[in-house]
Design a protein around this ligand. Structure first.
Ligand SMILES: [Zn+2]
Length: 445
């Protein structure tokens, strides 16, 4: 059912950009699908946000003799109007070490920066594009030209801002092939000048997370959140990011509501909006839960972002959680082993809707997925469309996330939240202090 709903949405609604008419339609569709599936509680959690929309962008590169147009898309949360002419320099992967090696040349320059990690030294950890933008702007860069790593003239969008506020310098993305050509010319000693101009719009909009609930039969006051973002970027229909996760959640809610046996703890399905602009919907929800005390009732948060064919689960929680997940995976494998490896990983990552929950101390869980290069290459890109979606990937989401939800709901007692100290140590151990500090999200001084 999830796949059929997603196909319908892709064809009829299109993208699901927060604040756009399509975003509104997606919220309304999710709301009615929850209701039509018989979920006893369906509600909206409205929040206001500054929503950026793309206008026009032009990138030309000159060598003193003429200018060449380069195809580009603006990254989100870039200036409403900008026109910059600056010397083009190669900043490699845009990590602190890359910028250090350029020294003062960064100031006033247009930087070519890889989105991915290319030919990096061993052990180097990539940063999010918004973190790279912040580092470059702090050093005085005048413009940012990100080079996508997917082949085939694929363009990528995504936020260039760590906190959702508009950044002061223009930032755009170009295709890997164009990046290669420009770098070859720079390496050959040509002095290139980039002219990057853009016009965008931004307005305060109201968007809503769409929430549905199945009350627990034994411990209704204890809540397991199963969430994923419904919103998408606007270059394509966001069928994998995150149609895969959000429409699987709609289908899971339908299936669980239809089952004769009900979960013992409350299962709350949350479709977030504003994830792509900077986790806006999940940040707002966690803030509200914190203020009302509701957060204490949320035992864990399972996040489905680009999930498909889960092979196990990643978990970020204090003592007890990984053992619990291992036990749960073993139970799932015992009844349904053919398509499920039952792996458990303790790797913690950021930049999706579980992040605000994690930083508030709530244990987070995510399906371990490997969707293949053809899917990841289209992440945030002009090619993220329904043809990338394998219906079985969504069926497996429902099957294994559903099994886990029933098991967790039936546990005698669930392990606790992080304490402040255990969370801090965990984040430091996972190497997340630096990115969280750059993003202004590190909870401690
Ligand atoms: Zn996503």
């Amino acid at each position: 059912m999830g796949y059929r709903w997603l196909s319908w949405s892709s064809a009829r609604i299109g993208h699901r950009l927060t604040g756009s008419p399509q975003g509104e339609q997606a919220q309304a569709a999710a709301d009615s699908l929850f209701r039509a599936s018989g979920l006893p509680v369906v509600k909206r959690f409205p929040f206001t946000a500054q929503a950026w929309s793309r206008g026009t962008v032009q990138l030309t590169v000159g060598d003193g003799n003429g200018f060449l147009h380069v195809q580009a898309v603006a990254l989100a949360n870039t200036p409403l109007e900008a026109s910059v002419e600056a010397p083009l320099i190669d900043a490699g992967n845009g990590l602190p070490t890359d910028l250090d090696s350029l020294g003062d040349r960064v100031k006033g320059a247009a930087l070519l920066v890889n989105i991915g990690l290319v030919a990096a030294s061993e052990g180097a950890r990539n940063l999010h594009r918004s973190e790279k933008a912040k580092l470059a702007m702090d050093r005085g860069a005048a413009a940012l030209i990100f080079v996508n790593q997917a082949e085939g003239h694929v363009l990528l969008t995504g936020t260039a801002s760590i906190d959702g506020a508009l950044i002061p310098v223009p930032a755009a993305c170009i295709a890997t092939e164009d990046g290669k050509t420009l770098r070859e010319r720079l390496r050959a000693g040509q002095a290139l000048t980039a002219r990057l101009g853009m016009r965008n719009t931004s307005a305060v909009v109201t968007a809503s997370n769409v929430i549905a609930e199945l009350p627990g039969t034994k411990k209704p006051e204890e809540v397991i959140v199963i969430g994923g973002h419904l919103d998408s970027w606007d270059l394509a229909t966001g069928a994998t990011d995150n149609g895969l996760g959000s429409f699987s959640i709609l289908d899971l809610a339908r299936a669980m509501a239809a089952m004769p046996f009900k979960p013992e703890r409350t299962i709350r399905f949350v479709l977030f909006m504003g994830e792509e602009q900077g986790l806006l919907g999940s940040r707002a929800l966690v803030e509200a839960y914190r203020a009302s005390g509701e957060l204490n009732r949320v035992k864990c948060m399972i996040n489905l972002d680009m999930s498909g064919h889960p092979q196990g689960f990643g978990v970020g929680g204090p003592d007890g959680w990984s053992e619990l997940l291992k036990r749960s995976c073993a139970s799932i494998t015992a009844i349904d082993s053919a398509a499920f490896a039952g792996r458990v990983s303790e790797e913690v990552w950021l930049h999706s809707d579980h992040q605000p929950f994690l930083l508030a101390g709530v244990p987070v869980i995510y399906p371990l997925s490997d969707l293949g290069k053809h899917v990841y290459g289209c992440y945030h890109s002009s090619c993220d469309d329904i043809h990338l979606v394998d219906p079985q990937a969504m069926v497996d989401n429902v099957r294994f996330v559903g099994a886990l939800a029933y098991l967790l709901a039936a546990e005698e007692s669930l392990p606790a939240h992080f304490t402040e100290e255990s969370l801090k140590q965990r984040l430091i151990g996972a190497g997340l202090e630096q990115p969280l500090r750059i993003g202004g999200d590190w909870p401690w001084p």
